[in-house]
Design a protein around this ligand. Structure first.
Ligand code: BG6
Length: 465
């Protein structure tokens, strides 16, 4: 059977500035929270590998853009690092950063690769974190100025903008689960961070639309569907709560301008509502997105709570539901994530039926694998057949959803070349292109990269079933 996609479908991949550029301490860039945290606690990064050099894109972008062409990209997402463009968070724009991002954008356009630019990928400038990060309303205004600066500098050529990548992740990892800096565990502060991020997002959308540039702006959300263990009303309710907290907390305000009423109720009941103003709520209300990016990796399975939480334990989302480990689920053992392809279909249908069939694209999907060296062929490239199978299996469900009328514009894989994965550093590799850290960042296209070119050239693929 042929799985055919539209002729103008976006085929490409996503990455981020902090995970690929390297050159963290040159040409005027100042530290982000990642540089700071690595200095403080290098042991919390896999093999003690930090963010200083990452994949050397800063120096090799020309070669990399050629490789994008060779692997069938008609589009590619990266992010502008706030800490590179405006190193102090507020104030002076760094001319070397302007030159770098101009060069990247121009080189991509000259090679037929449409730039998709994101403005925040977990990378708070340290100067802004020092004054409270997203807990401080002043940082929200500083971000809006940074966003406006980006539109003014690059918006004549960049037509696809994104305000944030996975804004729930810094909330969860930084303010609930001790997995990212600043390692706070406090639900109320987490909610404040989420709320201010939403205001910052809406302000950026407002700035962009006011400039009337010839493009579109959106946000990238990791929509991890919540599946109840059973249809028992208690399990269904538990899944609904998890969905409200982890998906709809951002999805509803960015698409409908309002937070879900039952989420607000839950926050009120537990006394964790953020400090807010009517003016900011109106900004959220009046500035919704043009397009949604959907990152999908794994489902969330949920059941009703087995036991009550300890009365003295700090309030956590898991006081309202339990995570559920479904027996015999298919796993990616390296990342520890379940593989459940149908969720991509369920997400798309949900957007069609409950979110006005909003235009969206799959902005990340991918498979991180450890020790790919064992798949190296005699010719010297990595034969990552499992990655090709992973992509096909997800595209089949996306294809089915599109046949049923969802408004999907493209598919971006995570990621183009192996890159630095936050605390996991270089443990799991996701790229279509290998980056060999022992050989001066040498790039070699994997089997999946060759296959991706055929996929893009043929606007789809043939498969037995
Ligand atoms: C997404 C992020 O959550 O998943 C990326 O947008 C990240 O930044 C990717 O690298 C893969 O996850 P991880 O944790 O394996 O790097």
């Amino acid at each position: 059977m042929k799985y055919e996609f539209p002729q103008d479908f976006w085929w490409g991949s996503a990455a981020s500035g902090p995970q690929t550029e390297g050159a963290a301490d040159v040409d005027g860039r100042k530290p982000s929270i990642w540089d700071h945290w690595y200095k403080e606690e290098p042991g919390r990064f896999f093999n003690n590998v930090g963010p200083v050099n990452t994949s050397n894109f800063y120096y090799q972008y020309k070669e990399d853009i050629q490789l994008m062409k060779e692997t069938g990209h008609n589009s590619f997402r990266t992010s502008i690092q706030w800490s590179r463009l405006i190193p102090d968070g507020i104030g002076e724009v760094n001319p070397k950063a302007v030159a770098f991002y101009n060069n990247v954008i121009d080189e991509m356009l000259a090679n037929g690769v449409e730039p998709f630019i994101n403005l925040y990928h977990f990378d708070m400038p340290m100067s802004m974190q020092e004054i409270g990060g997203w807990e401080n309303r002043e940082v929200v205004s500083a971000y809006a100025t940074f966003a406006k600066t980006c539109f003014e500098l690059f918006g004549d050529r960049v037509r696809h903008w994104f305000t944030f990548n996975e804004p729930i992740v810094p909330v969860e990892m930084g303010y609930l689960y001790d997995a990212h800096f600043p390692n706070v565990v406090d639900f109320k502060r987490a909610v404040q961070v989420a709320y201010h991020t939403t205001v910052a997002h809406a302000l950026a959308v407002k700035e962009y639309h006011a400039l009337k540039q010839d493009g579109e702006i959106g946000i990238i959300l990791n929509l991890t569907p919540s599946y109840p263990r059973s249809q028992n009303p208690a399990d269904v309710r538990a899944a609904h709560i998890a969905d409200l907290i982890f998906n709809r907390s951002f999805l509803d305000p960015v698409t409908k301008g309002e937070f879900p009423a039952d989420l607000v109720e839950i926050l009120k009941e537990h006394d964790v509502l953020p400090t807010y103003t009517e003016e900011d709520l109106a900004i959220i209300k009046n500035n919704i997105i043009d397009i949604l990016g959907v990152n999908y990796y794994q489902p969330r399975r949920v059941k009703a709570k087995e036991y009550a939480a300890h009365p003295d334990a700090p309030f956590m989302p898991e006081h309202l539901f339990d995570n559920y480990e479904m027996p015999y689920r298919k796993m990616n053992p390296y990342r520890g994530w379940e593989i459940f392809e149908k969720a991509i279909y369920d997400i798309a249908i949900n957007l069609r039926d409950n979110y006005g069939n909003i235009p969206f694209f799959i902005s990340e999907n991918g498979m991180g694998v450890e020790g790919e060296d064992r798949y190296r062929t005699a010719e010297g490239y990595i034969d990552d057949h499992y990655r090709i199978a992973f992509i096909k299996d997800h595209l089949k469900w996306l294809h089915k959803a599109m046949a049923e009328g969802v408004n999907c514009k493209g598919y971006h894989l995570w990621t183009f070349m192996d890159c630095w994965s936050w605390a996991n550093a270089y443990k799991n590799r996701y790229g279509l292109v290998e980056v060999n850290l022992d050989q001066d960042y040498k790039r070699t296209i994997k089997s999946s990269g060759r296959w991706y070119k055929e996929l893009s050239d043929n606007h789809g693929f043939e498969d037995a079933e």
